[in-house]
Design a protein around this ligand. Structure first.
Ligand SMILES: Cc1cc2nc3c(=O)[nH]c(=O)nc-3n(C[C@H](O)[C@H](O)[C@H](O)COP(=O)(O)OP(=O)(O)OC[C@H]3O[C@@H](n4cnc5c(N)ncnc54)[C@H](O)[C@@H]3O)c2cc1C
Length: 387
């Protein structure tokens, strides 16, 4: 039984997968543990990912992309996740290539597309998306950051936290209130801030319980002045932009979770056939066999659903509630399956030298970021039952 085989797999995508695997063996595997210890990946990794075409697999060629489909991006993310490199799959490619470049492609002016997309594709520019603030995460309408009109531009004040790629980013898309007299949903705008803007500063690279090599930071904006052309999408319409992009964001997270749990299952299947306990391989015990049978069944069912969502997204037919179901189910199952796999590794599962231990701590955040499981349930329930 083959794990990780998507229904939408093609010969061409298998070639992409092969190139990701070769890159992982040469450029990631030998260094990842050191990066985990250092709490950040080297800046050059972005350029290396860009050279391989992994940062813009589904972006149009005119903007430096590889001109592929969403499945190309899904393949790249799933493969890094399957090998246990969650920082690269989620925080790096997931945010930079799965979210920010699509915000710009779908909502940016031609000048913004020309300025940012080719540089993001090559890794010359690293992007970040800063929505969350110390006082507002799930409730984005409650953000305090303001962008006040000043001549033809804006003056931005406030602080963001938990920003992925915050230390390395060359530009950051922020959500800020451009009209504080109306509800957040009607008075919020998205604005692009370049790293050299006066008044922009980075805080700490935050110390996390997992994703140790992911750069996750506080960002500060103190009277940061930007021109009017830094606005991404129409003024006061930040929420509409966010809503339009949600199906892709949620599905991209689901694909990362699916890749990670399939990888963990494969390591576990291999391990229990090697490991001898009471004179026989662990795989001979009924408990191990039933656990693997149950977890594989769950994984196969999840793959069918996520594959269906992938095809729907490619056909521009994936709605937010269905994408939220995919994110909810994938991230919850990732937690359950990786926990079950770790148990079969015994004490070795708790050792950092085994990737299953890292997969366990890295999995936890999938139920939190990009919208928590509880927020997913709210969205799904609202779709079914109304407000
Ligand atoms: C490693 C990491 C990377 C991140 N990267 C980014 C990034 O790049 N950009 C960015 O903007 N943000 C990022 N985040 C932030 C992330 O999206 C938020 O942490 C998340 O949305 C939850 O917000 P919060 O932390 O403020 O929790 P809260 O909103 O305070 O939630 C606390 C609890 O309340 C529950 N809750 C909230 N609302 C409801 C409700 N309506 N009904 C029931 N329960 C509810 C939540 O589910 C949760 O259990 C990142 C976070 C982490 C940990």
């Amino acid at each position: 039984m083959q794990l990780g085989k998507a229904s939408w797999m093609t010969e061409e995508l298998l070639i992409v997968r092969d190139s990701v695997q070769k890159f992982i063996a040469a450029e990631i595997e030998p260094h990842y543990e050191a990066w985990e210890q250092q709490g950040i990946v080297p800046r050059e990794l972005w350029n290396k990912l860009g050279e391989q075409g992994f940062l813009a697999p589904d972006m149009p060629e005119q903007y430096g992309g590889a001109g592929g489909t969403y499945e190309h991006l899904a393949m790249v993310i799933a493969e890094f996740a399957r090998h246990g490199y969650a920082t690269i799959a989620g925080s790096m490619i997931g945010v930079h290539s799965g979210i920010v470049n699509h915000y710009i492609l779908n909502n940016g002016s031609e000048a913004q597309k020309q300025r940012y997309l080719p540089a993001m594709a090559s890794g010359e520019m690293v992007s970040a998306l800063a929505m969350t603030e110390p006082g507002a995460g799930s409730d984005l309408q409650g953000i305090n950051m303001t962008a006040k009109r000043d001549g033809n531009g804006y003056v931005i004040n406030g602080a963001k936290t938990f920003t992925s790629n915050g230390q390395h980013c060359d530009m950051v898309v922020v959500a800020a209130k451009t009209d504080t007299t109306v509800a957040g949903s009607k008075g919020t705008s998205l604005i692009i801030v370049d790293k050299d803007a006066a008044g922009f500063s980075r805080g700490r690279n935050l110390d996390k319980i997992g994703l140790h090599s992911a750069d996750t930071s506080e960002l500060f904006f103190d009277d940061v002045r930007v021109d009017g052309d830094a606005l991404l999408g129409p003024e006061h319409c930040g929420f509409a932009v966010l809503m339009n992009e949600l199906p892709r964001e949620r599905l991209t997270l689901a694909i990362g979770s699916l890749g990670a749990l399939e990888g963990a299952l494969q390591w576990t299947i291999d391990y229990i056939q090697e490991r001898q306990v009471f004179g026989q391989p662990l795989a001979k015990f009924q408990n191990s066999r039933f656990k693997i049978a149950e977890m594989m069944t769950e994984a196969r069912a999840l793959r069918a659903f996520v594959d269906e969502c992938t095809l729907l997204l490619s056909a521009h037919q994936l709605d937010t509630a269905t994408a939220s179901m995919a994110k909810l189910k994938s991230s919850e199952l990732q937690g359950e399956i990786i926990d079950g796999c770790l148990q079969l590794f015994g004490g070795y599962g708790y050792m950092r030298e085994f990737p299953i231990g890292r997969a366990f701590v890295d999995a936890r955040v999938q139920r939190i970021y990009g919208g928590t499981s509880e927020v997913m349930k709210e969205i799904i329930a609202r779709d079914i039952l109304g407000r």
